[in-house]
Design a protein around this ligand. Structure first.
Ligand code: CAA
Length: 258
């Protein structure tokens, strides 16, 4: 692939968006490759996906403004659907996804980060939805995920003002979980990924499904969803081993995803 690099080690996949000339902006080709890369993940082996951008300046500086500049209404809607479909695929991947935001996360870049389960960033990261300043709305889920992740009032401020925020403010409003010096970002992402990958994959995936699907349901239905995912974990080899080891006061054997 021309714009996506993927490396897998110790059950953790690192996907790097690599289009440095445009600060990793998402054109149709990058989006298609992103989808191909996500579709190609071996979910038997890979337990966590980390998404980052190449270089030290930018995670993703948005959807490609050059490509969008001449779109018709219908083409604009189709471009939005293309991004939305891929980002929804990332959001609903069975495994956890960590965004390691290493610089600008603007427009489609912030939207990509918000499609991930967890966001951590470097001290030089900048977040925002600059679209209204360009004459458009966010098109890859920004109006929906931002309002769900931070308060609706703060989301509207970011959307209407098109003003960017820096890493400490992103931390304050809960858009990111932690901020690191640039050189510590990937080690921190990989450490977190390794901690997740060491836990029972069936249980971790069940947590993701329960949280994501449960958030869309009234509580009475959401807790039933949890009961089902909880039940799914029983009679698995990993549950048997995890509980056996606890009761025997031993370290459990590496989990097998079975
Ligand atoms: N699309 C296309 N090209 C982009 C881009 C984008 N979103 N962001 C940056 N680039 C290109 C620039 O055009 C420039 O290319 P050239 O060298 O060929 O001129 C190159 O990347 C480097 O950018 P700058 O020279 O502008 O770098 P800078 O350090 O001065 O500024 C920046 C960095 C503040 C991120 C600035 O590039 C910028 O504001 N980029 C656009 C950010 C933006 O508005 N993103 C939202 C896009 S709309 C969207 O994403 C819609 C959606 O929801 C689907």
């Amino acid at each position: 692939m021309a714009f996506i690099q993927m490396e897998v080690q110790d059950h953790v996949a690192v996907l790097t968006i690599d289009r440095p000339k445009a600060l990793n902006a998402l054109n149709s080709e990058v989006l298609s490759e992103l989808e191909q890369a996500v579709d190609g993940l071996d979910l038997e082996n890979v337990r966590v996906l980390v998404i980052t951008g190449s270089g030290e300046k930018s995670f993703v500086a948005g959807a490609d403004i050059g490509e969008m500049s001449t779109l018709t209404k219908a083409e604009g809607e189709a471009f939005g659907k293309k991004g939305n479909d891929i980002f929804r695929k990332i959001e609903t991947l069975p495994i956890p996804v960590i965004a390691a935001v290493n610089g600008f996360a603007l427009g489609g870049g912030n939207e990509l980060a918000m499609s991930c389960d967890i966001r951590i960033c470097s001290e030089n990261a900048v977040f925002g939805q600059p679209e209204t300043g360009l004459g458009i709305t966010p098109g890859f889920g920004g109006t929906q995920r931002l309002a769900r992740l931070v308060s609706p009032g703060y989301a509207k401020q970011l959307l209407y003002s098109a003003k960017n925020i820096k890493a400490p403010e992103a931390l304050r409003i809960g858009l990111v979980n932690a901020v690191y010096p640039a050189e510590e970002l990937m080690p921190a992402a990989l450490k977190l990924a390794a901690a997740i990958a060491a836990n029972a994959p069936i249980a971790v995936r069940a947590c993701k499904q329960a949280v994501n699907q449960g958030l869309e349901q009234p509580m009475d239905e959401a807790i039933v969803l949890e009961e089902k995912r909880f039940g799914d974990c029983f009679e698995t080899a990993d549950q048997a081993e995890g509980m056996r080891a606890f009761l025997a006061k031993e370290k459990h054997a590496p989990y097998q995803n079975r």
